[in-house]
Structure formats: structure tokens, C-alpha cells
Design a protein around this ligand. Sequence first.
Ligand code: GRG
Ligand code: ZN
Length: 309
Amino acid sequence: MDELESDKHVKYILSIEKKKDDVEALLMEHLRINGAYWGLTTLDILHKISAVDPEEVISWVMKCYHEDCGGFGGNIGHDPHLLYTLSAVQILALFDRIDVLDAEKVSIYVAGLQNEDGSFSGDMWGEIDTRFSYCAICCLSILHCLNKINVEKAVNYIVSCKNLDGGFGCTPGGESHAGQIFCCIGALAITGSLHHVDRDLLGWWLCERQCKNGGLNGRPEKDADVCYSWWVLSSLIMIDRVHWIDKDKLTRFILNCQDKENGGISDKPNYAVDVFHTYFGVAGLSLMEYPGLKSIDPAYALPVDVADW
Ligand code: GRG
Ligand code: ZN
């Protein structure tokens, strides 16, 4: 079997864009704060977070902060959004520096996006999606501020997005999709509400995502893609059904998507690598206890030593 090219992946992450070994490259322009979170978390799983200067990262993250409202933008000068606010909080958690935040203010921003029916909008423009329920709940839990929202309503909204096949969609009636299932199961796990899930029914739907080539897809009839090694596996672990897939075959699929020369992992074999799929591949292997990797928490998407507090 191929091996995980850890050193090459570290080099790839550090050299993104500028092809130079500094943190700036990782944080620049198009990758923005989500990319920084995925890249830094991957470095941490590979035991190489020490290759970046925490002060540099933290000061850049705080430049994305909007003091007026308490939210974070995706880059300096960009509008605030829940997706970016979660990434910012996760990055600060990675460095154990949540203390630089006014947690009260950030949690008021997040809580302000909860709607009457318990759902969450992503930002002031109002789009509603279970992705944002996850972002809000994960973020507030890291900040120890879940009491700022109506958790019962938030849970009921997520449950209203459950389908007859056991999966979840982005809004009530929306098609089941592995990405949305991660968000809903993650949010239910964090709030201690997994009793709303039919584990066998959902586990069956999730393990059927494994394709002939060993990779996982996101819904029926779609191609396998390395990112579902994260969305599907983390969900299966949270509902205690991960033994229903063939780990060896999935490991082979992920390792076969590596760029063995220049590092990085792609979504499918022989495609171009990117930082997101590098995270999904490495994190997927970590969930399967591949040797030498830090273990990652399936609900918080942070290394367990970070999520442990
Ligand atoms: C901190 C882990 C973490 C997540 C933050 C952004 C977010 C919360 C969750 C996103 C969940 C999601 C919806 C993921 C799916 C992304 C994806 C690959 C969509 C494309 O799906 P399809 O079915 O296309 O249109 P494919 O490529 O599968 O054929
Ligand atoms: Zn993908």
C-alpha cells in the first residue's frame, strides 16, 4: 500500500500560493480564513503546527474581526459571516488563544443570527441552512456560551430537516447530503441530542456511500471524492457505526489521491491537489487511526487535545 507522504504535505501546506515556507502564504488572499483553518488543522494533525508563528496567525485573524458587530470576515475588510466566525474561533482554539476574544461580543453576534423557528441565518442577508446551525452551535460551544441561544429550538429545527432515509438536508424537505448530515449530526452531538437520530437507518445510508473504488460519495449515484472521507466518516463515528465501512479500501483510496512528488491531496485520483482535500484526506486517515497522526474530534473538527477542554 502507498504510505502517507506527511513531510511533503507539510511542505505543500506551508508553500501554498507563494511557494515560500512562511505562514503568510497560508493566510493570503483567496484561501482566506477557512483555508487557514483547514491548513493549520492539517499541520496540527501532522504534528507540525510549530512550523508557524502563532503571533503572526493570531494578529492576522484579529484583523478580520468586526469590532462593531462581533463577527469575523473571510479576510481583512470582508463582511462578517458565521462560516468565517467559526473558522476564526477554531484557529484561536488551535493555538489555545481564545482569550484574545471578547467571547461575550462574539456570542451575541452568533446568537443574533438565530431565527424564530430556531434556524440560523449565515449573515445579515438571511440565507438559512443547517450548515449555519452547525457553525453557530460549534462556535458557541467552544466559547462556552451555548446559553446565549435557544438550544431546544435550534435542535428542533435540525430535527425538522431529517428525511425518511435517515439523512438530513439544508432546510426542511431538502435532499439528504453527506455534508449536511455532518452539520446536523455534529450539532446534535455537541448539544447532547443524538437520541433524535435513528442510528441504524442513518448508518445504513452513510455506509452505502462507499463506492467500488473504496472512496465515499456524498449522495447516491455520485462519484467518490476524498472530502466525503471527512463528512461521512465523522458522522459514522458520532453515531457509532464506523465499523460498517471498509477502512482498508478507503485508506487506499485516500493515499492514491496524494501528489507523491509535490505533496497535497486531491479530491479524486490524478486530479489537482488543494488545501481543503489535503485536510479531508489527512483528517479522514486520522479518524481511521492511521499511525502517527493526532486524533481529531469528529464533532468539533479540531484535534482532540484541543477539543478536550
Ligand atoms: C468545521 C468541518 C467544518 C465545517 C464547517 C461549511 C461547513 C461547516 C460545512 C459544509 C458541509 C457541506 C455542505 C459539505 C459538502 C460540500 C460539497 C462537496 C458539495 C458538493 O456536493 P454535490 O453533491 O457534488 O453537489 P459532488 O462533488 O459530491 O458530486
Ligand atoms: Zn470534494
